[in-house]
Design a protein around this ligand. Structure first.
Ligand code: NAD
Ligand code: 6OD
Length: 503
């Protein structure tokens, strides 16, 4: 993770400071009309942060219509320069209110502030800045052609905004992943309705304040809170005035949304789950491979779609690697977000803790050797209500075990030895997923060869989560549809019209 913040941190506000969330529709905050709401719980200690209103069909309809009106009104008639200047101001305002975003994100997720202040919040701002640059330099093709009468014709392409974009985002990197879609959508002239994860409503709400502060016209950015099926998520993706759906989340949710999108033939862009491999060759720089694998397995408590859950190590290095990773895992300190010594926060919720623990039990039933972890850690009394989990390493599972093939989304991995490069590639490609891989080797030829044979959207060599936002980001196989990032985002966020002019 290579984004650095120039900001000093202030301590996380005690969770006694309640923060109620609200929908942000047509430039105004509202709790809507359903009368339904839920309590937002902090995963650090289970305390209530505040209330979140659940949007229904009326809130979704109002938000989508506001987005359409903005598109047909002030937003649609702005020049690229006016639009991108405003979005640059959004990025600046996120940076100015850095600590507000940081506090909100850490209350919602429980993640260490050291992580959120270096990754989540700076990327929230960078996602706006980057796509203003892309929008200002969009080029299109032009084909002059001969015609039988000799006069000729000129074909040129126009890129137009796709329209009203539904953004459905997850809880693991809430601001980062939401703005990764809102940034390009707005820069390229669309308007958005965001349905943030029900677990993490705060930063999407806060971004509404930023939009108003810098003067983004009302209706351009809207937020409706709620759940998925039979709630705001489903109502939004089924709404007939939505022109495209961009979604980050679980693969099986993607399947449900695809069915919802089929109504009206709306295009989708999907960033989905993963079961990502790391391939560690005996010729690697071991210290770097251990440091990188520690991050890829345990960062954000293992709740990163790009994270490693399967580690394949060339046999001569196997015992040493397992011992070193065990040592690293056992040195991780679990604690509160604001403690600079905290290396591991809690899982997002009690429900997710239950899911991860069920895999911890299943690994044992499937015959794993538990190298370290495997349960719930003893925490001080004031944190006992949190969703804490031990960092866990297994060996000895078969290649078709559930814990080797299914995404767990927790701080855990299985380590298995391999003997040949071909075997490592076969094992790495052996799941329905294809999001990311990490290859650790000092042999440059091997690095290129292996990278070209992995069925993944992103392959890191001797690194992990090193991001250049100009590059194509997305997953192969069951890990996604389409690519976003840099000019690749034009594919989903714009419609192309070919204009053929007979001269
Ligand atoms: P999730 O699929 O449970 O939920 C994501 C969002 O979809 C939430 O806002 C949820 O309310 C909404 N939703 C659920 N059902 C819906 C429906 N039927 N219609 C409309 N909206 C619906 O995912 P999560 O648990 O929030 O996030 C974790 C998952 O996300 C993991 O599988 C992880 O791998 C994946 N993820 C992928 C990437 C990537 O870039 N590929 C990035 C981050 C997370
Ligand atoms: O870095 C990004 O742009 C990105 N989409 C990261 C996804 C991380 C998944 O948890």
């Amino acid at each position: 993770m290579n984004v650095h913040s120039p900001h000093e941190r202030r301590p996380l506000a005690q969770s006694t400071a309640r923060r109620d969330a609200a929908h942000f529709i047509d430039g105004a905050f509202t709790t809507g009309t359903t009368g339904k709401s839920w309590q937002n719980l902090c995963p650090v200690d289970g305390s209530a942060i505040g209330t979140v209103p659940e949007g229904g069909e009326a809130e979704v309809d109002a938000a989508v219509k506001a987005a359409r009106a903005a598109l047909d009104g002030p937003w649609g008639s702005m020049s690229v320069t006016e639009r991108t200047d405003l979005l640059g101001a959004v990025a600046d305002e996120i940076n100015r209110r850095f600590d507000d975003f940081l506090e909100a994100e850490c209350l919602d997720t429980g993640k260490p502030m050291s992580l959120a202040s270096h990754v989540d919040i700076p990327r929230g701002a960078a996602n706006f800045k980057m796509f203003t640059d892309v929008a200002k330099t969009v080029a299109t093709e032009c084909f002059p052609m001969p015609t039988p009468d000799g006069a000729g014709a000129l074909n040129y392409a126009l890129r137009r905004p796709r329209g009203v974009i539904a953004v459905i985002s997850p809880w693991n990197l809430p601001l980062l992943l939401m703005t990764w879609k809102v940034g390009p959508a707005l820069a390229l002239g669309n308007t958005v309705v965001v349905k943030p994860s029900e677990e993490t409503p705060l930063t999407a709400t806060l971004l509404g304040e930023v939009m108003n502060k810098v003067g983004v016209p009302r209706g351009v950015y809207n937020v409706v809170h709620g759940f998925g099926p039979d709630s705001a998520g489903e109502f939004l993706t089924r709404h007939p005035l939505v022109n495209g759906i961009t979604f980050t989340g679980e693969t099986r949710t993607g399947e449900a949304i695809m069915k919802q999108a089929a109504h009206g033939i709306r295009p989708v862009s999907f960033e989905l789950g993963g079961k990502n491999p790391a391939l560690v060759f005996a010729d690697c720089d071991l210290d770097k491979a251990i440091e990188g694998t520690m991050r890829s397995v345990f960062s954000n408590c293992g709740q990163v779609c790009l994270g490693t859950e399967r580690v394949y190590v060339e046999r001569p290095l196997f015992e040493t690697f397992v011992a070193r990773l065990k040592q690293g895992a056992e040195a991780l300190r679990l604690g509160r977000p604001e403690d600079p010594a905290t290396g591991l926060g809690p899982l997002i919720s009690k429900e997710h803790q239950g899911k991860v623990l069920s895999y911890y039990r299943k690994a044992v039933e499937e015959g794993a050797t538990v190298v370290t972890g495997g349960g719930v850690p003893a925490m001080p009394a004031e944190l006992a209500g949190g969703s804490w989990i031990e960092p866990t390493i297994w060996t000895g599972l078969s290649d078709d075990a559930a814990c080797v093939t299914e995404e767990i989304f927790g701080p855990c991995c299985h380590i298995r030895p391999f003997d040949t490069e071909a075997e490592a590639i076969r094992l790495a490609n052996g799941t329905p997923y294809g999001l990311a891989a990490a290859v650790w080797t000092e042999n440059l030829s091997r690095a290129h060869r292996v990278a070209s044979r992995l069925d993944v959207g992103i392959c890191w060599v001797n690194s992990w989560f090193l991001r250049d936002l100009r590059t194509a980001f997305g997953g192969a196989k069951a890990s996604g549809i389409g690519r976003e990032g840099g000019v690749h985002s034009l594919e989903f966020y714009t419609e192309m019209t070919n204009v053929c002019v007979k001269l």
